[in-house]
Design a protein around this ligand. Structure first.
Ligand code: ASP
Length: 581
């Protein structure tokens, strides 16, 4: 080894020892008689001291070293006079006897500090320098720990890690595939897996019983905020189980990860049906760190000559705690907020429930004090609260209110990153109607089983059929989702029929799975967790980017390696591909 110790481990116990360290020059300070250098490696920073009096030549040489030079230094560990309690090695410093420049470095394009002067684009272009910075390095270390603990838990539960191929064909998650042309089979293409869904089901047919994989998935979607075209899942599947078994196994995994990584006990996860989540929060991934639940005012507000409410499919309200004193300006700003195209409402009605018990609203012309009191009762508003009301068509209005609720939660500081509220959302609809495609789509994927008592509805009222599916939701984020699968051929055929697949299409796309099901498929089910998202949640970050070593930007580009990029004429020819001008 080129070193005896790392830059993060020396303390008072080592005083007097001669050590050799290696690392990068973080910064140097020249104080006339003395020069100090901070030497950094993955493990920390150690202060080096060069003394003019003791060795002028060495000190002069040290002064010439630039930022990010790679050094090997030897010297004696001594106790510092000015200790730095913020640093793990802050009690000691190294009086350097000799050093070697292992490599020089040009000046980095941004400072390698916790708070850097580098913007996002620059950091991404020089990601290898960005990773030298503490916050990004820590994020990657956290990610590695979460992965290790995940494996610990699942291995102990008897799961086997099986790798599945990356060059496959279309998967059922419903996004667009990334495709790879085949040289040996010209005109034909592989698709990259949107998930290992079909393979994990085949592994159940193969008798593997309990499978998992921490695996890359690829979806060629327009990149909405904080999505990556390739991302990682903890993908799992189990045989001979019922929904309860999956929920308890993976609730156990979440509890174990929170305990081992964060030291947090998340307790028992409550369950909420999709219908209840939509009614109470307007959202199938409710953030339950705070209340402000949605209350339907339809029954209270109709027939008072207020056209907007009379004509609305839904009049829905929340009581925002302690905001009765909002000024005209604040309320106008909130009104503008709900009118933004992303929210799309035409206006906002409010009622201020003052601490003296009186209520004043923006629709006093139509609603008496008694009417407004009823609103307060319906929304559980307390004196001092502000009642906000939206009206319009379902489901748009419910969704808008959900957004407004989240916005108010954020503004009021109710979304504490160190509070974790986890729950299961269950009983999703099996199908959703595609307005544009004019047909039913699987809300999860076409292998998801209906809840047994709803199977009869499949032919009569498909929209009413509930899926035997579940999502784990933490702080308003869907961290995992899965389902009990269809393992009966006839039911699977019926499902494909409802989804508008002809027999041939189903056979063409998923024939391999349907054929496998002819050979005795066990009852099975599974789940997949968004691993990047889980890591960012543990790290208390909004973005998943820093938890991925080499992420892509919002245009799906890796700006560091400059990909995607064109390929040579020769390569194209080999693949039998022509690019249209
Ligand atoms: N394959 C599913 C997904 O990626 C998860 C599952 O059903 O297990 O969402």
């Amino acid at each position: 080894m080129l070193r005896t110790h790392t830059c993060g481990e020396l303390d008072l116990k080592a005083v007097g020892k001669t050590v050799t360290l290696a690392g990068w020059l973080q910064r140097s300070r020249d104080l006339g008689g003395m020069t100090f250098i901070d030497l950094r490696d993955r493990y920390g920073i150690t202060q080096l001291v060069f003394n003019m009096e003791q060795d002028a030549a060495l000190c002069e040489a040290a002064r010439k070293l630039g930022r990010e030079f790679v050094l090997q230094v030897s010297g004696q560990v001594t106790e510092r006079e000015n200790k730095n309690p913020k640093m793990a090695t802050g009690d000691v410093e190294i009086i350097v006897r000799e050093f070697k420049v292992l490599n020089s470095a040009i000046t980095p394009p941004f400072t390698i500090e916790d708070h850097t002067d580098g913007g996002d684009d620059l950091r991404m272009k020089y990601r290898y320098l960005d990773i030298r910075r503490n916050p990004v390095k820590e994020a990657l270390l956290l990610r590695a720990r979460v992965a290790a603990e995940t494996r610990n838990y699942l291995n102990r539960q008897g799961f086997v890690e099986v790798e599945t191929p990356v060059l496959i064909k279309s998967t059922p998650e419903g996004a667009r595939d990334f495709v790879v042309p085949s040289r040996m089979n010209q005109g034909e293409f592989y698709a990259l897996p949107q998930s290992p869904q079909t393979f994990k089901q085949l592994l159940m047919v193969a008798g593997m019983d309990k499978y998992y994989q921490i695996v890359k998935c690829f979806r060629d979607e327009d990149l909405r905020a904080d999505r990556q075209p390739e991302f990682t899942q903890i993908d799992c599947e189990m045989s001979f189980i019922e929904r309860e078994d999956i929920l308890s196994t993976f609730e156990g995994m979440a509890r174990y990860l929170f305990q081992s990584v964060k030291g947090v006990d998340i307790g028992t996860l409550p369950r909420m049906t999709y219908a209840e989540a939509m009614e109470r929060y307007g959202n199938d991934k409710p953030d339950t760190r705070f209340g402000m639940e949605l209350k339907d005012l339809n029954k209270l507000v109709k027939g008072k000559n207020f056209k907007v409410f009379d004509e609305a499919g839904l009049v829905v309200a929340i009581a925002v705690p302690g905001c009765a004193e909002y000024t005209r300006k604040q309320l106008d700003e909130l009104t503008d907020w709900v009118k933004r195209p992303q929210i799309g409402m035409s206006g906002l009605v409010y009622a201020k429930y003052a601490t003296d018990g009186t209520i004043k609203s923006s629709v006093d012309k139509f609603y008496s004090a008694d009417d407004l009191k009823q609103w307060a009762v319906a929304t559980d508003a307390q004196p001092g609260d502000l009642i906000l009301v939206l009206a319009g068509a379902e489901p748009k209005t419910r969704k808008a209110m959900s957004e407004l609720r989240l916005e108010m939660g954020e503004r009021l500081g109710l979304c504490d990153r160190n509070t974790f509220r986890c729950l299961w959302v269950v009983d999703f609809p099996l199908l959703e109607w595609g307005e544009e495609s004019n047909r039913w789509h699987a809300m999860h994927h076409p292998f998801t089983a209906p809840i047994p008592e709803d199977i009869g509805l499949l032919q009569i009222d498909p929209g009413k059929v509930r899926a035997n599916a579940y999502d784990m939701v933490i702080n308003g984020v869907e961290v995992g989702g899965g389902s009990i699968r269809i393992f009966d051929k006839q039911l699977q055929s019926r499902m494909f029929e409802v989804l508008g697949f002809s027999k041939d299409e189903a056979q063409h796309q998923f024939g391999f799975l349907l054929n496998a099901f002819e050979y005795g498929a066990p009852p099975h089910g599974g789940i997949a967790f968004g691993f990047d998202r889980l890591c960012s949640l543990f790290g208390g970050a909004d973005s998943i980017r820093d938890y991925i070593a080499f992420p892509k930007n919002n245009a799906g580009r890796d700006v560091m390696i400059d990909s995607p990029s064109t390929i040579s004429e020769e390569q194209l020819k080999e693949l039998g591909i022509a690019i249209r001008a």
